[in-house]
Ligand binder design. Structure first.
Ligand code: FAD
Length: 420
């Protein structure tokens, strides 16, 4: 990255082709793609490296996403270590119903905790490829996104100095609580609309230091509330319990959590739940949103910055990877491969960047629709509304009884053919 003169300000100004805001799965994937093509980029992240490499969240990656990471040399450890799963189980009205979506779709999930993926992507970008990443930055601001020369400024955590980076494009990958989205959707401008859906439901998200109690994802449909079981590793299991939105996690003692999990997930013939210490306990108010279009001027949003999918169908990280793969390639086409001798720092082909939002949104909406559909199925029995309970039961019977409905469900659940 070059230093350039700073005529109008004493703040140090620097230049890079692309500034990536946020080092989650989306930002790190974009950065790795740029780095592999020798496009000069800087990643800005508010948290520390240790923090992002340990932040627990997702765990199920769809096969198409794994293959795309593999093609770019970003999935070595994932492919070595991840277990694959192609079945889920619905527990409903005291019975178990296995559903073999892997057989039906030909695709499987890879069980790989998000912190491991983030660790792999940071190593590939920063340690192996020598990419520029700045942790702990504060007060990130964007400037001139409507112009050909936008910039990003931030406060350096060590010196307190304000730094400004001029660039050609900004990748807004700073998640649901970041700042980049506000430059598109929340300024009362007509740059973008934000479509939002609130489920009116809370989920108590739990991580237990306990081995999985089933060889697959378990969805417990129960009048007391929905519950779920998902493997994370041989030692750690994620559980969810439906609860009132805004509930205080402190209302959920160890004893209450396990009593409720047993009550909602136990059916005849199922292996008993293995209990363990709860190492994460937080309440998620389930909601989704989509920012449309996902770009404006030289700012391109990817991942949770652009759209949130409550973890009902395990779609968020997969969508973040989908955006990032498209955005990384589009930025490479625009910036041109390579730097240094022979490289032309000019404008390349911007057609993929122009079409970026349009290319992402079909899958975004397919996943949103599927999450909403699945939510109605999973929460119907506990809704207290006999009509919702009846339609939820009809949905479940349909996917368990109709081969055509089962095949359609399997493809959506694993994200196959969702780009239309
Ligand atoms: P993030 O991972 O949120 O990364 C954004 C980064 O930007 C963060 O590192 C943040 O610190 C940083 N940042 C924030 N603000 C700024 C700023 N102003 N400047 C610079 N950096 C900033 N998805 C699935 O696909 N499968 C699952 O099984 C699944 N389970 C989940 C379980 C839970 C409990 C939760 C909460 C989510 C789950 N998800 C799941 C969703 C998934 O975790 C997210 O969709 C995914 O993290 C999105 O990646 P991202 O890179 O867009 O955003």
């Amino acid at each position: 990255m070059d230093l350039v003169s700073t005529p109008e300000s004493s703040a140090p100004r620097r230049r890079a082709r692309v500034v990536v805001v946020g080092a989650g799965p989306a930002g790190l994937t974009v950065a790795n793609i740029l780095r592999a093509a020798s496009v000069d980029c800087v990643v800005l992240e508010t948290e520390s490296r240790e923090f992002i490499e340990q932040r627990p969240r997702a765990g199920f990656i769809e096969e198409w996403a794994v293959r795309a990471l593999q093609q770019r040399g970003l999935a070595d450890r994932l492919l070595e270590g991840a277990q694959t799963q192609g079945e889920c189980e619905f527990r409903w009205a005291g019975e178990r119903h296995r559903f073999a979506y892997g057989e039906l779709s030909g695709h499987r999930h890879f069980v790989y905790p998000q912190p491991l993926l983030v660790t792999d992507l940071v190593r590939a970008y920063a340690d192996r490829a020598g990419g520029d990443i700045r942790f702990g930055v504060r007060d990130v601001e964007l400037h001139g996104i409507d112009t050909d020369r936008p910039s990003v400024s931030y406060t350096d955590p060590r010196t307190g100095e304000r730094i400004r980076i001029d660039c050609d494009a900004i990748a807004g990958c700073d998640g649901a609580r970041g700042v980049t989205r506000t430059y598109l959707g929340y300024l009362g401008t007509e740059r973008a609309t934000v479509a939002r859906h609130d489920y009116g439901i809370g989920w108590l998200a739990l991580l237990a230091e306990a081995p999985p109690s089933s060889d697959c994802v378990v969805f417990g449909l129960h009048p007391r509330g929905f519950a779920a079981h998902m493997a994370r590793s041989p030692q750690v299991t994620r559980y969810y319990l439906e609860c009132p939105p805004g509930d205080d996690p402190e209302n959920w003692s160890h004893e209450r959590v396990w009593a409720e999990l047993h009550a909602r997930l136990t059916v005849a013939g199922a292996p008993p739940l293995t209990e363990g210490r709860l190492i994460e306990k937080r309440v998620l108010d389930m909601h989704n949103y989509v920012v449309e279009p996902m770009s404006h001027g030289r700012l391109y949003l990817a991942g949770d910055a652009a759209h949130l999918a409550a973890p009902i169908a395990a779609k968020g990280m997969n969508l973040a990877l989908h955006d990032a793969l498209l955005l990384g390639d589009a930025l490479v086409a625009y910036c041109g491969e390579g730097e240094g001798e022979g490289a032309v720092e000019g404008e390349g082909d911007d057609s993929a960047l122009t079409g970026y939002s349009e290319a992402c949104l079909p899958r975004v909406w397919q996943y949103q629709e599927f999450s909403q559909w699945l939510s109605e199925l999973l929460h119907g029995p506990s809704s207290g509304d006999p009509f919702k309970a009846g339609t939820a039961a009809a949905r479940l019977r349909r996917i368990l009884g109709s081969p055509a409905a089962a095949a359609a469900f399997a493809e959506l659940y694993i994200g196959k053919g969702a780009d239309n």
